[in-house]
Design a protein around this ligand. Structure first.
Ligand code: 5GP
Length: 113
């Protein structure tokens, strides 16, 4: 079996995190290096490497990340927030286990850097 990703180890609680939500398909924890007052990462338990490797069989799972985001945003008291999923190193992906960023608590500029 291949080695677990960093985020699998966090999901399995082999590594510590400030977890704010979990269910049978995903976990969510605070980003270690927050880019906004609220910065949470939503991570499927299934270790899909990059967004462009999401398959049709994963569609329900990916949709689930967005409904989890809605719940977490409400829990965090956010009404306006940004959801981001980076695809590949040049787009800013640094952890190769897909994750949805929730960023909120400050006004967001567009376009992003
Ligand atoms: P990416 O750059 O891949 O879109 O996002 C990865 C995010 O994971 C970054 O914002 C980074 O700060 C966060 N991160 C990296 N390692 C850890 C860690 O060990 N714990 C937590 N909580 N966040 C991490």
């Amino acid at each position: 079996m291949s080695e677990k990703t960093l985020f699998q180890k966090i999901a399995d609680k082999e590594l510590p995190s400030d977890m704010v939500y979990e269910d049978d398909r995903c976990v969510a924890f605070r980003d270690i290096n927050p880019a906004a007052p609220t910065h949470v990462l939503i991570v499927p338990r299934k270790p899909i490497t990059r967004p462009d490797l999401i398959e049709e069989e994963d569609e329900a799972l990916v949709g689930h990340l967005f409904t989890a985001a809605r719940r977490i945003a409400a829990q965090e008291g956010l009404t306006d927030y940004r959801l981001v999923m980076n695809n590949g190193a040049d787009a800013g992906q640094s952890v190769f286990h897909i994750h949805l960023h929730i960023l909120g608590g400050r006004p967001m500029a567009w376009p992003p850097g």
